[in-house]
Design a protein around this ligand. Structure first.
Ligand code: GTP
Ligand code: MN
Ligand code: MN
Ligand code: MN
Ligand code: MN
Ligand code: MN
Length: 199
């Protein structure tokens, strides 16, 4: 499988139908003052989902020709996949992070967004997630990403990164954790390195 290629938003938007489909996904995060076992700082709550295909990914999906903009499509997908609480906030152009193109198995332009919400808003999303239209079908459940390394040196983010991810969701996650400073850069590098060494 060839690596998806990064490109600027303007260039990404110039790739139109019928040759190219566009998809938008979003990382929602909230500052989290909690500590695991009363000790290990949780730092942030970062939402991902277990997909129907057994892979981890971000909520979002294909932008329909009916959607008047990328963000319109993204917000519609978030409501379908996260449930009614997703209507309480909207992702906008200012939340845009990056675009990648993938030609295999089909030609798709993947746009990525990130938005900070409050821990209370994130909890409400989690509570309502089983009422989502796609719950139990395309979405098997929401999860939070562990943003720490346990004392065994593998548990936490390194073990999490060893799961199967859809498309370039894993790279999107690592890049966002770094640029949004959701985890100290040193720890993040260490987690990625440990995950690479695992069989
Ligand atoms: P349908 O309603 O079945 O069309 O699904 P959807 O609209 O929700 O689309 P989906 O979320 O499956 O995403 C569309 C495409 O983007 C798929 O071909 C995936 O390969 C890819 N994709 C899905 N999730 C992610 C993600 O988190 N990151 C990236 N980069 N790509 C993803
Ligand atoms: Mn969907
Ligand atoms: Mn989807
Ligand atoms: Mn869809
Ligand atoms: Mn669908
Ligand atoms: Mn799908």
């Amino acid at each position: 499988m060839s690596e998806p290629r990064a490109l600027a938003k303007a260039e990404a938007l110039s790739l139109g139908p019928p040759g190219w489909k566009h998809a938008c996904h979003a990382l929602l995060y909230a500052p989290n003052p909690g500590r695991l076992f009363g000790k290990i700082p949780l730092r942030f709550a970062v939402l991902m989902q277990m997909r129907f295909d057994g892979r981890l990914g971000f909520p979002g999906g294909f932008v329909d020709p009916r959607d008047i903009s990328l963000e319109e499509g993204l917000n519609r997908e978030l409501c379908e996949e996260l449930g009614p609480a997703a209507a309480s906030f909207r992702l906008a152009e200012e939340d845009y992070v990056s675009s990648h193109v993938s030609e295999q198995p089909q030609r798709v332009v993947m746009h990525f967004y990130a938005k900070q919400i409050s821990l209370e808003e994130l909890r409400v999303v989690e509570e309502g997630a089983t009422q989502a239209k796609d719950h139990g079908f395309e979405v098997m459940g929401l999860i939070r990403v562990p943003l720490y390394i346990l004392r065994d040196g593998i548990g936490g983010l390194p073990a999490f990164l060893s799961n199967a991810f859809i498309g370039n969701a894993r790279e999107q996650l690592i890049h966002a954790l770094d640029t949004l400073q959701l985890m100290p850069t040193e720890q993040l590098r260490k987690a990625v390195k440990i995950a690479q060494k695992r069989p």
